[in-house]
Each structure stands twice: as C-alpha cells, then as structure tokens.
Design a protein around this ligand. Structure first.
Ligand code: SF4
Length: 107
C-alpha cells in the first residue's frame, strides 16, 4: 500500500492546504495523519530539485505539507541561510531602534 493511501487528507478539499487563512485547519489534518513523515520527506525531495528553478527561494515552496508550512520546510532545508537572514533582521531592527532613539534625543 502506498503511503498516500493512508493520508488523512485523502478526499479533503486540497485548497485548504494552500489557503493561508485556513492553514490551521490544514495543520489539524496533519496533526493526526499517520504518514506525516513520509509526506514531509516527499515534499522536501520534490522541493529540492533544480526543476523548481531557484529552489532556495522560499517563495517557491507552497502550502502545508507533512505538517509544516512552506517557510518551515525552507528553514529545515536550509538552516544556515535562515540563520543568516534572521541575524540580518536582528541587526536591521537594532539599527532602526538606535536611529529612532537618536531621533527622539535630538527632538
Ligand atoms: S501530513 Fe498532512 S498534507 Fe501530508 S498526507 Fe498527511 S494530512 Fe496530508
């Protein structure tokens, strides 16, 4: 038997897995799904192919699969890049707060 045959989402409206407003509902399917690991493995393999083009682009991953959001799968696939992006955001936010503090002091 194929793992897909055991998927809890079989027969469900697949649109919910690609609708940001309904992702909690989609994740509730995954939470009780007996083939989450297989589903995630398949998603990671599909999303890590050159056919997708710039496969490191977070935007090319889409929807809930294997119990994870697209962005979570990207972080799982490229933890180093995601750490660099997070560090850049922290530095940018610190710089913004410092700029605002200096503006307040000079006002
Ligand atoms: S883990 Fe989620 S998306 Fe994957 S088969 Fe199960 S219910 Fe469907």
């Amino acid at each position: 038997m194929e793992w897909r045959d055991q998927a809890v989402c079989n027969g469900a409206d697949t649109e919910i897995f690609f609708d940001n407003h309904r992702r909690k509902l989609a994740l509730s399917y995954c939470k009780v799904c007996p083939v989450t690991a297989e589903c995630l493995q398949a998603a990671m393999a599909e999303e890590d192919t050159p056919d997708i083009g710039s496969h490191r682009n977070r935007g090319l991953r889409n929807g809930v699969r294997g119990g994870l959001l697209a962005e979570q799968r990207w972080v799982l696939a490229y933890p180093e890049e995601s750490a660099v992006i997070k560090a850049r955001e922290v530095i940018k936010n610190r710089a913004r707060r410092e700029r605002e503090r200096l503006e307040r002091m000079s006002a």
